[in-house]
Design a protein. Sequence first.
Length: 191
Amino acid sequence: MVRCIYDSDMMDNLKYAYDHGHQLASHTWHHKNLSTLSWDQLHDEMWRVEQALQRIVGVNPAFMRPPYGEYNDQVLQISGARGQKVVIWDFDNGDTAGLSAAQSKGRYKDLVSKHPKNVLTLNHETHNTTVYDVIPYAIQKLRDAGYQFATVAECFGGDPYQSVAGPHTKDCSDDIECENYYRDPGRAQTR
């Protein structure tokens, strides 16, 4: 089950990642296939994440990775209007397809043997085997092969955020109900 970004441990994880130099980007609110959504629904998906990141760590993301890698011209138009570049991976470790840690490691081993110039990987922190087994292996294999690690923004030669301020509140969960995360999309709210 995907959890709400406003759960206290999720906010702590975001703050930790940001404080340690990791780039935060949008992956949208409900993790839906964006190419199936209306103009208003797309704006809402992106707006909710922007609001959350501004409240929790004080940043407005400059990049967005569409769920499932699915997007269309409308997604590109709206992302651009919102100041976000759409970014897609070129290597998938297979964790969401149910591959075992050994199989995911095998994919990394094959990748390194082909030695592409650049690699943008897809991994999911929601899988413990990815976090604790696959990623440490992948980092070592890639380093041993001479790869240098960079944020997406560094690869693009741009800023990771449209704006950076401080978090809006110490505990922003007080005025946000996590149930909004799970709300019925048929009950769209207007702002």
